[in-house]
Design a protein around this ligand. Sequence first.
Ligand SMILES: C[C@@]1(CC(=O)O)C2=NC(=C\c3[nH]c(c(CCC(=O)O)c3CC(=O)O)Cc3[nH]c(c(CC(=O)O)c3CCC(=O)O)/C=C3\N/C(=C\2)[C@@H](CCC(=O)O)[C@]3(C)CC(=O)O)/[C@H]1CCC(=O)O
Ligand SMILES: NC(=O)c1ccc[n+]([C@@H]2O[C@H](COP(=O)([O-])OP(=O)(O)OC[C@H]3O[C@@H](n4cnc5c(N)ncnc54)[C@H](O)[C@@H]3O)[C@@H](O)[C@H]2O)c1
Length: 518
Amino acid sequence: MITNQQVIPTETQAENNGQNNPLFPVFLKLEQLHVLLVGAGNVGLEKLHALLHNAPQTRITIVAGRVLNELRVFAADYPAVHIIERDFEPADLEGKDVVVIAIDNSETSAVIRRLAKDKRLLANVADTPELCDFYLGSIVQKGDLKIAISTNGKSPTAAKRLREVLNDALPAQLNDVINNLHTIRQRLNGDFQHKVQQLNDITKVLVETPAAVTEAPAAALKQPPHKPPLWIRIVRVCVFAVICMIVGAVIFSYIPAAWILNAKVYVARYGGDNFLWMLGAGFLAQLVDGAMGMGYGVLSTTLLMSAGVRLASISSSVHMAEMFSVGATGISHYRYGNVNKKLLKALAIPGAIGAICGAVVISTIGDKYAHWLRPLVSVYTFYLGFRIIAKAFAKRKKQKKITRVGPVAMLGGFLDAFGGGWGPLVTSTLISRGRNPQYTIGTSTLTKFFTSIASTTTFIVIMHETPVQVIAGLILGGLIAAPIAAKLVGKLPLKTMFICVGTLVIICSLRILFKAFF
Ligand SMILES: C[C@@]1(CC(=O)O)C2=NC(=C\c3[nH]c(c(CCC(=O)O)c3CC(=O)O)Cc3[nH]c(c(CC(=O)O)c3CCC(=O)O)/C=C3\N/C(=C\2)[C@@H](CCC(=O)O)[C@]3(C)CC(=O)O)/[C@H]1CCC(=O)O
Ligand SMILES: NC(=O)c1ccc[n+]([C@@H]2O[C@H](COP(=O)([O-])OP(=O)(O)OC[C@H]3O[C@@H](n4cnc5c(N)ncnc54)[C@H](O)[C@@H]3O)[C@@H](O)[C@H]2O)c1
């Protein structure tokens, strides 16, 4: 059996090397070559079938005194096949790369073969192994997979039977498997050794349980390519936590606590009384959003509300800080081709209108009615917390594709001004209604960039002031978290993450509600 993979000799192969079958298999790009076929009888037709079945665009010139009618009819479907109806002439070898001889005269065959040899052309003399430079093989094909079989010329019938056996044994989905592995191969990062290791790990199951041929790589596509066992993941999380503690201890031993406490003097006017909260909120929100693709607004809003920051300040800072992170991610989505321009247009305008309206409402009546607006927003974030948890358990159902996206975007933009929610509302609604997740996440993220610009501009115009310190805290926290989040993407247990983040949002919202009424 021959494949086009690199052959690494095993012990048994090494023992057999050269002893039984010295033929060296190659897979010719025949369509880039010019073939001369001499003879157009039954055998000529068989060889023509074999050539064109594998490489239909191949340029083939057929030279034959008599041309079988069946061959003429068959060749008519292949524009690159040219028939010359006369006996062979040495000039026929000019400009050819490969010669197949299928005539009923062995002496003439030997002469043609010698002339070909003089021109250093490779020749096959059908059914005459001793005159062949190469043999045609029996071929099993499943999409891109091709297996060529040779019995070293001993029994073409055995080769034919083996082809039939393999053809039945190999599942049709094998081509999907190969395509999936091709996609994984293109997605893998890292150096060559690392890629080889990952591909070997993914495909190990194919060797251990051959029945898994049809399922394994498809499943591998859905999961991160290499999922280590649970205990390794637990150890990783613990190591990560310890590193965070050490880094934290080092940072705070160099930055005097008094300095941090003094910082609150500068931030108190606009941003509540604890800069660390803002830094922490920015860090956590970016960490979660970067790794899960949503949650920045909800998390930072609930955390800042818990720190007692003014509602309008929260909203304007969150949107301005978010503009940077969302802008950067949105642009990379655009570069990777994840943005559907039609959907972007349909989302951006209503989204921006909704965002402007939300920003106007919150910055004009935000402070005046803060005593009831804050608990109201908490009720909304409380609901979003549940939506995030629900995502952890949601099964993707095939629903009717949502076509009118405008109202969803407008509502998303409006409510987003109050406490985030664009992601949990717009992105998840579109995905759960049957839209392609890749394009939806990409397009929705880029749209979020535009709605953030709209609301931020509105806040600046209406409020005449910018809560610089809150924004600085959020951006700084986000900057620290971004590279960590990027590393964590695909490595975290998503379901658990959604549950944890949802729970955190619910607890924060409940706390605000509790404080408002008691
Ligand atoms: C694989 C396949 C590819 C193709 O041609 O496309 C192919 N022969 C096929 C079928 C086939 N050929 C013959 C029979 C009748 C039964 C029989 O004799 O066994 C059948 C079976 C049938 O048709 O059922 C007659 C025959 N063939 C050769 C000789 C001479 C000899 O052995 O000395 C004789 C006796 C002539 C006579 O008695 O006068 C020689 C060769 N045939 C080869 C290839 C090369 C060796 C491949 C290998 O290493 O295994 C080689 C050396 C040179 C070459 O032709 O390239 C194709 C199967 C396609 C499929 O998968 O269905
Ligand atoms: N047909 C079979 O199943 C089969 C099986 C085993 C072996 N063979 C052997 O293989 C050979 C070919 O068999 P076939 O059935 O194709 O024969 P065929 O008689 O059907 O065809 C022979 C072809 O060769 C051409 N030809 C002969 N001399 C030529 C020349 N100098 N220049 C150009 N073309 C020339 C003829 O015009 C014809 O197109 C024969 O020797 C036969 O004994 C055939």
